[in-house]
Design a protein around this ligand. Structure first.
Ligand code: ARG
Length: 256
C-alpha cells in the first residue's frame, strides 16, 4: 500500500514538473504550445476589427500569426488598451506584444524588442479648411489629440506650448478633431493615411511633414531572451522566404 501511495505521489509530482517546464508560454487543451499576444486593436491597418467580424485583422495580426506558425505555436490575441500593454507583459499576462509599438530607449528599460519589422513615423491630421496649422511648429497655442501612452503623446508634449488631449484610441482622436474639440491629431503616418484613404474619412486631411522616424518592434518580457530569439529567428525566416513581403504587399502594396 505504502509503495503504491509513493508511486502515485511520484507520478503526480512528475506531471506538475512537466507542466511547469514550458517556460512562460503555456499549452492549450490539445497540448499545442500557445503564444499569448497582447495588442491594442484600434490601429488600422496594423490591428483592427471590422464590424460583425470576429477575427482581428491587419498587418501585425498576419505577421504575428505567421511568426507563431514558424515557431510551432498557436497564437492567441488579447485586445488591451495601448497603455496597458507593457504592464501586461511585465505581469506575465501575455508573452509578447505586437501593436505598432515603436522601439525606443525608454521602453527598452522595461521590455525586450524583436528586430525592427516596420518603419514608421509621426504625421498630423487637420480639418480640410485648416489654415493656421501647416507644420508641427504651428501646433503651439493649439489643442492637439493623441492616443495615450504613445510616442505621439511624448513628441507633442516635447514641442512645448501645445495643449495636449490624451484619448484612449486614434478613433477617439479623429472624432474629437471633427467635433472641433481639437485642431489637430498627431499619430503614426500609415494609420493616418489609411484613415484618410481607406476608411472614407471626410472633412479632414493628413499633412506630409514627418515629425519623427520610428521603427516598430515586437515587445517581449525583459527576462525572456529565449522567446526574443525565437521571434527574431522566425521573423528572419519570413523575410528570407518571401512571406513577410507577401503580408506587406497585402496591406501596403508592393514595397518601394
Ligand atoms: N507607434 C506608436 C507608439 O509606439 C503608436 C502605437 C499605437 N498602437 C496601437 N495599436 N494603438 O507609441
Amino acid at each position: 500500500m505504502k509503495k503504491i501511495l509513493a508511486l502515485v505521489a511520484a507520478m503526480a509530482f512528475a506531471v506538475f514538473a512537466l507542466a511547469g517546464c514550458g517556460g512562460s508560454q503555456g499549452a492549450d487543451s490539445s497540448g499545442a504550445k500557445v503564444l499569448k499576444v497582447g495588442s491594442s486593436i484600434d490601429f488600422a491597418p496594423f490591428e483592427f476589427q471590422d464590424e460583425g467580424q470576429k477575427d482581428y485583422q491587419g498587418f501585425d495580426m498576419d505577421l504575428i500569426r505567421a511568426i507563431g506558425k514558424e515557431m510551432g505555436y498557436a497564437v492567441e490575441i488579447q485586445n488591451l488598451g495601448f497603455d496597458g500593454l507593457i504592464p501586461a507583459l511585465q505581469a506575465k499576462n501575455v508573452d509578447a506584444v505586437i501593436s505598432g509599438m515603436t522601439i525606443n530607449d525608454e521602453r527598452k528599460q522595461n521590455v525586450l524588442f524583436s528586430a525592427p519589422y516596420y518603419q514608421s513615423g509621426l504625421t498630423m491630421v487637420v480639418r480640410d479648411d485648416e489654415q493656421a496649422i501647416q507644420s508641427f511648429q504651428d501646433l503651439k497655442g493649439h489643442k492637439v489629440a493623441v492616443q495615450i501612452g504613445t510616442t505621439s503623446a511624448e513628441a507633442v508634449k516635447k514641442l512645448g506650448g501645445v495643449e495636449v488631449k490624451e484619448l484612449n484610441t486614434p478613433a477617439d482622436c479623429f472624432m474629437e478633431l471633427k467635433g472641433k474639440g481639437v485642431d489637430a491629431v498627431v499619430n503614426d503616418r500609415p494609420v493616418n493615411d489609411y484613415y484618410i484613404q481607406k476608411s472614407g474619412a471626410t472633412g479632414v486631411k493628413a499633412l506630409e511633414e514627418r515629425l519623427t522616424s520610428e521603427d516598430y518592434g515586437i515587445a517581449i518580457a525583459k527576462d525572456n531572451a529565449d522567446l526574443q530569439k525565437k521571434v527574431d529567428d522566425a521573423l528572419k525566416k519570413l523575410k528570407e522566404n518571401g512571406e513577410y513581403d507577401k503580408i506587406f504587399a497585402k496591406w501596403f502594396g508592393e514595397k518601394k
